[in-house]
Structure formats: C-alpha cells, structure tokens
Design a binder for this molecule. Sequence first.
Ligand SMILES: Cc1cc2nc3c(=O)[nH]c(=O)nc-3n(C[C@H](O)[C@H](O)[C@H](O)COP(=O)(O)OP(=O)(O)OC[C@H]3O[C@@H](n4cnc5c(N)ncnc54)[C@H](O)[C@@H]3O)c2cc1C
Length: 343
Amino acid sequence: MTLVEAYTPGHVRAASGGETRLLRFSHGPDDWYTGTAKRALELWRELEREARAELFVPSGVAWFFEDSEGWALESARSLAEEGLETELLAPEEAGRLFPSFDPTGLRSVLFEPGAGVLRARKATRVLAEHAVARGTRVVQGRATPAGGAVALDGETLEADRVVWACGAWLAQLFPELVQLTVTRQEVFFFGAPPAWQAPAVPAWIDFDAGIYGVGDVDGRGFKASPDEHGPPLDPDADDRVVSAETEQVAREYLGRRFPALANAPLVGSRACPYSLTPDQNFVIAPHPEHESIWLLGGGSGHGFKHGPALAEYVERLLKKDEEPDPRFSLEDRKPRGGLRTRN
Ligand SMILES: Cc1cc2nc3c(=O)[nH]c(=O)nc-3n(C[C@H](O)[C@H](O)[C@H](O)COP(=O)(O)OP(=O)(O)OC[C@H]3O[C@@H](n4cnc5c(N)ncnc54)[C@H](O)[C@@H]3O)c2cc1C
C-alpha cells in the first residue's frame, strides 16, 4: 500500500492536525454515526495498545441544550440501543461536572461518560508510523488525478484501487464531482487552573448556542471553539491567524457558562478547515468514470473520530462486500444541519 502525503502526516494545515478532537456517540436520531463512533473507539483503543501510545482521553462529553430536547432524547435512545451509557441531567446537576458552572438558559444536559477526546495530531502521526511498520510506503508529494491512475512529480502511479482521502483539498481535486465548502474555523485555548484539566473535566458541546470545548489536555489550555461556519479558507495559501471577533464570542460564552474562567488569558489559538457537505454527511463514493477510484472526505467538522471505522467500511466497499450507502454519494444533497450542533 502507498500513502501519498503532500506535507507530512498530522501537519498543522490538515484538519486532523489539531491538538484534540471530540469522540462523542450522540448524533440525535442518526443511529449510523453512533454505531460507527462506537466501533471507531474500539479501533482507536486497539491502536493505542499496539502502538503503546495514549491517544484517547476518557473525559466524557456533556451536551447542553436550551430547547433541542428532542435531539437529546433521540441521542439517549440511540446510545441505549448500542449499549452505551448516558445520563440525562437537570441543568443544575451538571454543576458537579465542572469546577464552575452557570446553567442559566439550559433546559437539559446529556452526559456521555464513555465518550472523550482524541489527541488528534498525535493519533494521526502514530497511525502513519504504525502503517509504515506494517509495510505501507509513505511518499511525500502532491498527487493529481490522471484518469484511473495517479500523477506524482512527473511519474504515474498505478494501483488496483485508489482512494482520494484529501480533506479540504478534495474540493480542488474534483471540483466537478464533490459539493464541498471549505471554511475557516477558529479554536481558542485559555489558561485555566489545574482543576480544569481533562479527564477530570469533560468535553462539552452547547448544541443550541453552537459552541464546544475541551478541558485542558496536556497543559494546552481549556479549549473553546465557536461552531458557526466561518468564511472560505484556502488550506495551502491562507494565514492561520484568528480573528478578535471570534475570540470575543468564545470569551463571552466562557464568562457566561464557566464564570471562573471569565478573565482567563488566551494562551493559544488555531484556524483549521471544515470541509462541509450541504447535509453534513460524508462523501464516500466511487468515481463515476473509474470504478477503481473512490472519493472519501466531506468530514463536515465531525469526521476525525470515525476514521478507523470508516477505513473498515471503505475496505468492505472496495471488496464489494457491501453496497455504498446513497447518503454518501456524489448526488445533489439538500442542505441540513444537526450532525454536530444546531448549525
Ligand atoms: C476546528 C475543527 C474542529 C473539529 N472538531 C472535530 C471533533 O471534535 N470531532 C471530530 O470527529 N471531528 C472534528 N473535526 C473534523 C475532523 O478534524 C475532520 O473531519 C478530519 O480530521 C478530516 O480528516 P481528513 O483525513 O479527511 O482530512 P485532513 O486531516 O485534512 O487530511 C487530508 C490530508 O491529505 C493531504 N493531501 C491533500 N491533497 C493531497 C494531494 N493532492 N496529494 C497528497 N496529499 C494530499 C493533506 O496534506 C492532508 O494531510 C474538526 C475539524 C475542525 C477544523
């Protein structure tokens, strides 16, 4: 197997190059993603054991709802069917999860104790090293489609199967086939006392307010990231400097929900690409003209956690053990939110 990478696995311009990514099971009524997240966690754990690396932080994830209780109840049902634990809490009860918490405006809190956070950049690098140890060849270079083959630095690579899993770059490689919008998303890390460290402090998602965050992992700071879709981002050319406006949104929320952090200093920030499909379902589809070529992407701000389970799924598709699910096809899609937050 050959893995072609334009930069280096886990580089900071890739979506997978962020410090942390949530692994949560709740997806409202959508059972497919719940099952896939569950399988993915088993596989991440397997990678941890085989590579002797700590990749998953078992912090749990707390969801805050202002009025989307239907989504919360559907998630709780879906998780129960998968044998996954949930706790539906009254907003005041959620105060036990955080060193300082103001439940004003919330109607319910759904806690997933078995969920948590992946050290994404580290996991990506470990995965690539593990693949190399098992015989994968990693080639640095920028690949371009050449009919049913791959052009790379003046050479042509031939393969029985080619999977273009190119994150935000998929949109430039196949502009006529994929409907992807690449947006700039900003992430902020605030300096917080040790009491705010994960795994003691859970990750959190305010579904209705459209903002999420993570307790302090590895001393990086308490993370808060507004989930509203940002302006277009060129993943190669654009600076990754964050805006004062989005920082203010994160600060305002922190002060409101976690009052002890109201004046926490900003200790880090990042800007990163979402690759959004119109309905937030991924792209997992064969090329319409070349049966041996597959397109994989459209992570839509929730793809990282599923990675290893998606790899298993794609393997079944490549072996024709399973038919591709039409929801991931290249057909036109109706705009829809709700697979991440209300956005
Ligand atoms: C701010 C932010 C927060 C997020 N939060 C979460 C979360 O909490 N949980 C979650 O599950 N997901 C989350 N996501 C989404 C998740 O990060 C992505 O869905 C996932 O990382 C995408 O992985 P990928 O491999 O498709 O793309 P990428 O990680 O971007 O990797 C694509 C790789 O392909 C390489 N490449 C591209 N084109 C070429 C080419 N032509 N030749 C060679 N190499 C090429 C690139 O260099 C890159 O390394 C978040 C995303 C962002 C931006």
